[in-house]
Design a protein around this ligand. Structure first.
Ligand code: URA
Ligand code: SF4
Length: 217
């Protein structure tokens, strides 16, 4: 029999079985379909004022079950243009961080942001914008199931840890968000502006990432 027809016939039987046993409660969409659904919702989203000024929204990009999910605060100009997270100068620098601990964007990571649309002039996202957008992130994390979250910068790190401390005092220990271990560090654009102060602590944090991953294979 034609394989496509065979498969859809089998799927129909599976669905009928589920319907009889569970009253059609089971969720049949696979994980990538659900990430796609979240992306489609984000594309049409008007839950906060940032939809008015965005060019493209930036839902996030990467693999399922990644070694690390990196979370920044919001898209910048390059991201707003391309729809892809961390592709500008800061993002390219962050790729080098990952290179240094043998992690590859295309194989080992999922990269995203707290808010999915660019704030005008790259201002910090407002608390009500973060609040409006956070449901998408939570659903993404449930599906993506990273081993570890690396939050970059004060805004993302404060939101994910629930702390009001500055990033310099926040970092240096582990937290948890949605049940996933979390390591906070500086934002790559901050490190580019002030390498003498921040390069060393970032390297400590990256070593902590590496250590966690090697102990949790
Ligand atoms: N800075 C961020 O926090 N996120 C991006 O996607 C790009 C720059
Ligand atoms: Fe919707 Fe988030 Fe974009 Fe605001 S930032 S419009 S909540 S997707």
């Amino acid at each position: 029999m034609n394989n496509g027809i065979h498969n859809s016939f089998k799927e129909l039987l599976d669905l009928a079985g589920d319907y009889l046993s569970e009253g059609f409660k089971r969720n049949h969409s696979d994980e990538s379909d659900s990430l796609t659904k979240i992306e489609e919702e984000i594309e049409g989203c008007k839950k906060c004022r940032l939809y008015e000024t965005r060019t493209k929204c930036v839902p996030g990009k990467g693999v399922l079950n990644p070694e690390v999910m990196i979370i920044g605060e919001a898209p910048g100009a390059d991201e707003d243009r391309s729809g892809i997270p961390f592709v500008g100068r800061a993002g390219q620098y962050m790729d080098k961080w990952m290179d240094a601990i043998n992690l590859d964007r295309d194989k080992d990571l999922y990269i995203g942001n707290i808010v999915k649309c660019r704030p005008p002039q790259n201002r910090d996202p407002f608390p009500d914008e973060i609040e409006a957008c956070k449901g998408y992130l939570e659903r993404q994390i449930q599906l993506i199931k990273p081993k570890l979250i690396l939050s970059v910068g004060r805004i993302a790190s404060q939101f994910l840890t629930g702390s009001t401390l500055g990033i310099g005092r926040l970092r240096g220990r582990m937290y948890e968000y949605c049940g996933i271990p979390l390591i906070p560090t500086y934002h790559p654009s901050g490190v580019l502006r002030n390498p003498d102060s921040y390069r060393k602590p970032v390297w400590e944090d990256l070593k902590a990432v590496k250590k966690f991953l090697s102990e949790n294979r």
